[in-house]
Design a protein around this ligand. Structure first.
Ligand code: CBF
Length: 899
């Protein structure tokens, strides 16, 4: 049976609900579940699925109680709120989380006994709410949990996508995408609010400053209660659905124009239909901008309406509301808040701008240029003409404000350039003089001397003429204009001259009072590489907020066995809310008996994963080998391909070994999971290669348990909850400087998994907390990347291990040689690809780090000792800490707790 997770006082005790059955504070949960079964579901029999639903509806009632009380309290106290605007919330399953957070696991376990079921038994019947792609969306979900746990008045705002992230299946060795019908069986975790509706307009025309939209839809609210852990607070994630103003145009219908009759509905349906399946890449589609504007507009209208219920002067809005924009996706908020304040509420421009820039804050989650959204002016103009007009106005005012700075910086640059040219010319002149003197000395005849003198004179004249020409050219460059351009929110497309783009990140920086990155190194990179010109003007605006994860979901509930052991060792379960207490585990790393128990837990989790692997893929894996995991979105910069190539090399070597040599091999199960965006050509090939390696290796009797390779399809939150606790080694091997932070690295570390990784994102801070000696760090540093990319243009000197493994792929050892051809070329053929992400470059040090892993794994006592240090050292990565920092250093939002 599953070990029990931490216990919090049940909300049934703290918060006696209205429908207390016997008046003595005892709620008949089993009766409630039976009622749901009979009346809501009209289920003839209580199978697992129906039982899950009935329990979920009953928990829903408890959530509504807590939600109402929290909002009654907040309504009375009127504290400042934070509104987390995000296009993605990757929530996963809710039942286990909600029941544990509210301390109801014992009550429901008891109730379910009467149906011959357990909570764990029904847990699997729930479909993940996958309204997010990866790290960014899951971070938003962790943040909601922490905000509620810390009693911070805060809501999430997003879209209620009808189809979440696609379901990934593997067919004939390739990824196929299937729709995610997550709402098919109803959704007990939401409350529909037909009374909360706002109109959102698109297209149309401008009559002066007045916007007459050409299309309108209704945004209708759905509330998802978010219970905090061990608190009465239950906050809210408000998701918007899109409805037509007129569902059926009867006139058109009666005239036989059936398509026209439902045209409005179809258009509205499109808006809330799909989550764009991209992680850290841009998807320049008009519908995407429509989605972004749709949820941003509804959310801002909603908060302003609530604010005006209590206050009359919108100037006070920043004291009551802070809007955190999660990446560039919601940054149209800058223009929409201005429009609402000016056009709807009649404020003058300057007053509206003061309110806007005191209410908005922006988090940057990536430095990948393709993910920093830039919308063509033409698209913006067509879809949101008033917003485009406002953006132009904002840009003009902004450029006017930086004019003086640009003038002096431009003049400085010009002078510096001139000085640089002159210094270079002077140095060259000196060289020439030396050469001329040498030539003169070497000359033996008067003719030779004369020729040397003439040559020197000519060279001098030519150099002077060249310098003059360069200086004249330089003088033509308008440095002031160049500097000013670097600040402009509206820019020319560098790949398509003539096309103008709105740089949404710049709009966000100009419109926000705070801008932050998500790990220490990332926050530095955004200052030096992405927004340096803005940092020059307002350095105080730029901050770091290193990401975190909720320890509830990612340790306490997904790993109750480890959680119980930790609680026993620490003598308290307070670590679930105060992660710094995990440091108290450090001395236990030296205790052999404790280490044995730690290993036993890991072994149990590995056994559970092995069972899951068998069920899903049919592959049988032993629980003895090292479980080595790389699970995340498939992307070239995350370098799953490098991992795959290293496995191929390992496989080839095992096959070449004698039986004696094979005895020395550290057996491994290499586990992959992750979705490739449907249109990402190379990423899909990487998936196919891993699947092909698995098919070959796992069926090779010569290799047996020494190596197994698994691709687990449809990686999502629930899969992660099974995989992460079982991992012994996890791979976070992005090219340095490309992964903003990573958050799975934190989850693995907290579950005692070692990290093999680069000096990138939060790996660095994990190293600082765990001790770098406990990580397997390899590869080049972020500062070296640009230089290396330049130097490696004609690279031929590959590590022999790399070449050997790649040659095997090229020779068709894994089938589909033609299909993998351009994947191989992308990293190994400088005429076709250019190894942009430096896989070949880092391969040697990666392989050396892998050898170190094997070496340490042979010493199980030492391995376990250090594994404990991972959990003990990484309490810093609790999202409670991150959110506390946001609340204090950006939002100025205080806890508002019920007595
Ligand atoms: O900050 C959360 C995560 O966001 C991303 O997933 C993103 O989509 N931009 C980054 O790629 C991660 O590094 C980061 O941890």
């Amino acid at each position: 049976s599953r070990a029990r997770g931490p216990m919090v006082r049940s909300v049934l005790e703290i918060n006696k609900p209205a429908n207390t059955a016997n008046g003595a504070g005892k709620v008949d949960l089993a009766g409630e579940v039976a009622n749901e079964l009979k009346y809501r579901l009209a289920a003839p029999k209580a199978d697992t699925d129906k039982l899950y639903q009935s329990v979920a509806w009953s928990v829903h009632n408890r959530l509504v109680d807590a939600f109402d009380k929290t909002h009654e309290h907040w309504n009375k106290e009127d504290p400042k709120h934070v509104y987390y605007l995000s296009a993605e919330f990757l929530m996963g399953r809710t039942l286990t989380n909600a029941v544990h957070n509210m301390g109801l696991q014992g009550d429901y376990a008891e109730a379910l006994k009467q149906f011959g079921q357990t909570l764990e038994g029904v847990h699997g019947a729930e479909t993940d709410a996958a309204l997010g792609n990866g790290g960014l969306g899951r971070l938003a979900a962790c943040f909601l949990d922490s905000m509620a746990t810390l009693d911070l008045p805060g809501w999430g705002y997003g879209i209620r996508y009808r189809y979440g992230m696609f379901r990934q299946a593997i067919k004939d060795g390739l990824q196929v995408e299937l729709p995610d019908y997550w709402l098919d069986n109803g959704n007990p975790w939401e409350i529909r609010r037909p009374e909360t509706r706002f109109n959102v307009g698109f297209y149309g025309k401008l009559e002066g400053d007045k916007w007459v939209p050409g299309e309108e839809v209704i945004a209708e609210a759905y509330d998802v209660p978010i219970p905090g852990y061990g608190t009465k607070t239950c906050s809210n994630l408000r998701l918007w659905d899109a409805l037509p103003l007129v569902e059926l145009d009867l006139d058109a219908f009666n005239a036989g124009q059936y398509e026209k009759a439902v045209e409005q509905k179809r258009k509205a349906d499109d808006i809330a239909a799909v989550l764009y399946p991209n992680d850290a890449t841009e998807y320049g589609k008009e519908l995407r901008l429509k989605q972004q504007f749709f949820f941003v507009s509804a959310s801002l209208q909603d908060t302003i309406a609530r604010y005006l219920e209590k206050h009359s002067d919108l100037a006070g809005l920043p004291e009551k509301a802070c809007f955190q924009m999660n990446d560039t996706h919601p940054t149209i908020a800058v223009a929409e808040l201005m429009r609402l304040l000016i056009d709807v509420h009649g404020l003058p421009y300057d007053k509206a701008w003061a309110i806007t820039t005191k209410s908005l804050a922006y988090t940057n989650h990536t430095v990948m240029p393709e993910a920093l959204e830039k919308w063509p002016v033409a698209v913006m103009q067509k879809l949101l003409p008033r917003h485009m007009q406002l953006i132009e106005q904002i840009n003009d005012a902004w450029l006017a404000s930086v004019k003086d700075h640009s003038a002096s910086k431009g003049a400085q640059l010009q002078a510096a350039k001139k000085a640089e040219r002159e210094a270079a010319a002077a140095a060259a002149k000196e060289e020439r003089a030396k050469a001329a003197a040498a030539a003169l000395e070497a000359a033996t005849t008067p003719e030779e001397k004369a020729a040397a003198e003439a040559a020197a004179k000519k060279a001098e004249e030519e150099a002077e003429a060249a310098l003059k020409a360069i200086l004249e050219e330089d003088a033509k460059v308008d440095y002031v204009a160049e500097v000013l351009k670097s600040y402009s929110i509206i820019q020319e497309n560098q790949w398509n001259k003539g096309e103008m783009l709105v740089n949404m990140a710049y709009l966000a920086v100009v419109g926000s009072f705070a801008v932050n990155g998500v790990a220490a190194i990332h926050s530095e990179i955004i200052k030096t590489d992405i927004f340096p010109q803005f940092v020059e003007l307002t350095p105080e605006k730029f901050q770091n907020k290193t990401n975190g994860v909720t320890l509830r979901r990612w340790l306490a509930y997904c790993n109750p066995e480890l959680s119980a052991l930790i609680t026993e060792a620490l003598g308290t379960d307070a670590w679930v809310k105060d992660a710094t207490l995990l440091a108290g585990l450090k001395p236990f790393a030296e205790d052999a008996a404790f280490r044995k128990r730690w290993r036993d837990v890991k072994f149990a989790k590995k056994a559970a994963l092995a069972k899951h692997i068998k069920e899903v893929t049919g592959y049988e894996v032993s629980t003895q080998p090292l479980f080595d995991v790389q699970v995340k979105r498939i992307h070239e910069y995350k370098r799953q391909f490098m991992n795959a190539i290293s496995i191929i090399y390992r496989y080839k070597k095992i096959k070449e070994m004698s039986p004696e040599e094979r005895k020395k091999v550290v057996p491994r199960v290499c586990i992959f999971g992750g979705k490739a965006a449907s249109a990402y050509y190379m990423a899909k090939k990487i998936v196919a290669l891993v699947v092909a390696i698995a098919a070959k290796v796992n069926n090779d009797p010569e290799v047996g348990d020494l190596l197994k390779v698994v691709f687990l399809p449809n990686y999502n939150v629930s899969e992660a909850e099974v995989i992460i606790p079982a991992a012994e080694l996890s791979q976070h091997i992005s090219t340095a400087g490309t992964e903003a932070s990573g958050t799975s690295n934190m989850k693995f570390a907290l579950n005692g998994s070692f990290i093999i990784g680069t000096m990138d994102g939060a790996n660095i801070e994990i190293g600082e907390n765990t001790g770098f000696e406990n990580l397997f760090i390899f590869g080049v540093q972020a500062e070296e990347i640009n230089r290396l990319r330049e130097e490696r243009k004609d690279f031929k000197d590959y590590d022999p291990r790399w070449t050997e493994a790649l040659e095997w792929v090229k020779a068709g050892a894994f089938g589909r040689a033609d299909y993998f051809d351009d994947l191989v070329a992308s990293v190994n053929d400088m005429t076709r690809g250019n190894d942009w992400f430096l896989l070949a470059n880092d391969f040697a040090s990666y392989m050396d780090a892998q050898d170190e892993v094997d070496k340490l794994y042979r010493d199980q006592e030492e391995w376990t000792r250090r594994s404990i240090l991972y959990t003990a050292g990484n309490g810093f990565f609790s999202s409670d800490r991150t959110i506390d920092q946001y609340a204090k250093e950006i939002w100025s939002v205080q806890p508002c707790r019920q007595a």
